[in-house]
Design a protein around this ligand. Structure first.
Ligand SMILES: [Zn+2]
Length: 249
């Protein structure tokens, strides 16, 4: 990854300040018996890196904490409140704007971050700072076409074939496939409408069946997400009058 803040000097950051900036939003959260707590951070960072490469955009360091209160029933989850998360994103957005980047793209890898990301985008929009929130665009269609197992439902991909395959593509050394189990929770009718611990729904922490996961499927999922994201970025830049030079190679 050429334009990554984790490798760049301040002079290089200055030279790249006319480009779009991408912030991966992760979490420190349980992901079943076979995956590490860092899954959402690793996946958001990997997808954001591929997108940054395709766009010639600058990749910012991933946020390794997110709003994950629903997973606090399992050890290993550390959550920010939604308000804290929104403020952290907004502070980074203001910095990105001050440096000169024409817009901030949020690449979210964790369901609990959707609301705080939207809140931060609203705060920044009120200050004239353009923000695009990407939430693995196209994932539902891609998962249906690429994965063998049934999704757990409710637009919820957690420690399943989707996330496990993407982890096998990006960080196979931390995946313990021999510990993978399938679990299909019964979602109550009020799922998502009230605070709820996911442990009430899934003892293992898995939502779906990770066992048919492969790195090949993971690569296809990532490529498909990046292709869909490029369309969203193009529409976003057009709507905000951001010149092609800021995001095309
Ligand atoms: Zn996850």
């Amino acid at each position: 990854m050429r334009l990554s803040y984790e490798r760049m000097t301040w002079q290089e950051a200055g030279e790249a300040s006319g480009r779009l900036a991408i912030l991966p939003l992760g979490a420190t959260e349980q992901h079943g018996p076979h995956l590490p707590l860092s899954v959402d951070t690793v996946l958001a960072g990997g997808v954001a890196g591929a997108l940054a490469e395709a766009l010639g955009a600058v990749l910012l360091p991933a946020l390794p904490y997110g709003e994950a209160a629903t997973s606090e029933g399992h050890p290993g989850t550390l959550s920010l409140t939604a308000d804290t998360m929104a403020r952290v994103i907004a502070d980074i957005g203001r910095g990105v704007h001050r440096i000169g980047h024409p817009a901030l793209i949020l690449l979210n890898g964790h369901f609990g971050n959707r609301a705080p990301a939207a809140q931060a985008a609203e705060m920044l929009a009120a200050e004239g700072i353009a923000v695009l929130c990407l939430d693995y665009p196209g994932l539902e269609d891609l998962a249906g076409a690429i994965c063998e197992s049934e999704a757990a439902g409710n637009h919820f991909y957690h420690a399943d074939e989707v996330e496990t395959s993407m982890m096998l593509a990006l960080a196979p050394e931390v995946v313990r496939m021999e510990r993978a189990v399938a679990e299909y929770p019964d979602f109550p009718a009020d799922f998502g409408s009230r605070p709820m611990l996911l442990r009430e729904l899934s003892e293992s922490g898995t939502f779906g069946d990770p066992r048919p996961s492969t790195a090949e499927k993971g690569r296809a999922l990532i490529d498909g997400i990046v292709a869909a994201a490029l369309l969203e970025v193009a529409a976003f830049c057009e709507a905000h009058g951001i010149e092609a030079g800021a995001w095309q190679r």
